[in-house]
Design a protein around this ligand. Structure first.
Ligand SMILES: Nc1ncnc2c1ncn2[C@@H]1O[C@H](COP(=O)(O)OP(=O)(O)O)[C@@H](O)[C@H]1O
Ligand SMILES: [Mg+2]
Length: 377
């Protein structure tokens, strides 16, 4: 058969061309003989496997494979010789290679069979697919994160339905309490007076339960953005009570330091409450790791016309590995975290023409602060 090379090149040129070809190939090229001993090992292989040719030539190809393939390889060649069964020859597949330093890497190996004089040889072409593998595992991570987001979304819908269901018995309780109170209004027996006081308290608690449920429902319901002039302090207070649900046993001292004279801010109340909720929950989670657990929330007006709200905790501070990427999605140090809280906070605050920042406290811990443009007086 004539190849393109035969005509224009002489033997010496062919030899030179062959050298250039194998030395400049980006993929690894290895030739082995019928028992697996390496006859050719190109430059790209040095980079992939870390061995220089002298360390490999004449030795068995197994040395470039990790266990258990290393141990099985003689068997493969024998099986192919006796039965003709092809595992990889003439085909190609993803396998693992082993570097001199012991590390392994994924590679795509295709093997062709040929003859050199009268000997059977195998030519392997090795393509490093580490990058592709990394991208694939990243994709898998993102997919499982997405699955988590979608589970949370379902939960949100369930919460909304649950809140609706709970509202009915709560309304009924309230009605019974009122009726009971009316029934005994005229009686002044001391026991009845005491019972009436208790009924008052029960009514108060029922109202409170209704409020929590209403807020929860407001919070999880999907809705279009609604901008209105809102009282920042009140907005924050409501969100804090929601954020601290379940945190009562965490033994955290919460101090509110609100400037009651700040002007209203044009905002989507629920979105800003989401920011507060995320910041407070992050602080509560960070405070689990320390023994002095203080959270101070401050509001005020800056000279430049921005209203600010700051959240200072006495937690362990930002871990180094997240500090520079804090507001990027999927950055988390928590086993069950998703790492999207702060990125959402930032996009909400920016969407309001504001800024979100994080600074370490002098005495340890972290302060998160968001600033929103105040209404012009
Ligand atoms: N108040 C805080 N103190 C210390 N580290 C924090 C604080 N808030 C956030 N972080 C760090 O930032 C990371 C990202 O936070 P976030 O975006 O809310 O995602 P998640 O809470 O799901 O991890 C957290 O995993 C944590 O390491
Ligand atoms: Mg969070």
């Amino acid at each position: 058969m004539k190849t393109g090379m035969d005509a224009p090149f002489k033997d010496a040129e062919n030899a030179a061309l062959f050298q250039v070809l194998i030395n400049t190939a980006v993929d690894g090229i290895i030739v082995i003989d019928a028992v697996g001993n390496v006859r050719l090992y190109n430059k790209a292989c040095e980079r992939l496997f870390g061995y220089v040719p002298e360390e490999v030539l004449g030795r068995n190809i197994k040395m470039l494979m990790p266990s258990p393939y290393r141990e099985q390889h003689d068997g493969y060649i024998d099986a192919y010789r006796t039965t003709g069964e092809r595992k990889i020859i003439g085909i190609g597949r993803e396998v693992l290679g082993q570097n001199k330093d012991g590390s392994t890497f994924p590679m795509y190996l295709s093997v062709g069979e040929g003859r050199l004089e009268n000997e059977r040889i195998f030519v392997g072409i090795i393509h490093d697919i580490t990058e592709r593998h990394n991208a694939a595992s990243r994709l898998q991570e993102v997919q499982s994160e997405l699955a988590h987001v979608s589970r949370l979304n379902e939960m949100g819908q369930m919460t909304s339905a649950l809140a609706h269901e709970l509202n009915q018995p709560l309304t009924a309780i309230m009605n019974y309490l009122r009726a009971a109170q009316r029934t005994v209004t005229a009686l002044d027996d001391p026991a009845v007076v005491r019972a009436r006081e208790m009924m008052d308290k029960a009514a108060g608690q029922t109202t409170r339960a209704g409020e929590i449920i209403r807020r929860l429902r407001d919070f999880v319901e999907k809705r279009d953005a609604r901008h209105a002039h809102e009282d920042v302090n009140k907005t924050i207070e409501e969100a804090i009570s929601l954020a601290l649900v379940g945190a009562s046993d965490a033994n955290i001292g919460v101090t509110l330091n609100f400037d009651r004279s700040i002007p209203p801010v044009l905002m989507d109340r629920i979105q800003i409450q989401q920011v507060v909720l995320n910041l407070v929950r992050n602080a509560v989670e960070a405070l689990q790791e320390v023994s002095v657990r203080e959270l101070t929330i401050k509001t005020g007006l800056e000279e430049n016309g921005y209203v600010y709200a700051s959240f200072s905790d006495t937690g362990p501070g930002l871990p180094d590995e997240v500090a520079s990427r804090l507001f990027q999605p999927f950055v988390t140090t928590k086993e069950k975290g998703m790492g999207i809280g702060l990125s959402i906070c930032q996009s909400i605050v920016n969407g309001h023409g504001g800024l979100l920042s994080a600074t370490p406290n002098e005495s340890g811990g972290t302060t998160f602060c968001f600033r929103l443009p105040a209404m012009d007086a």
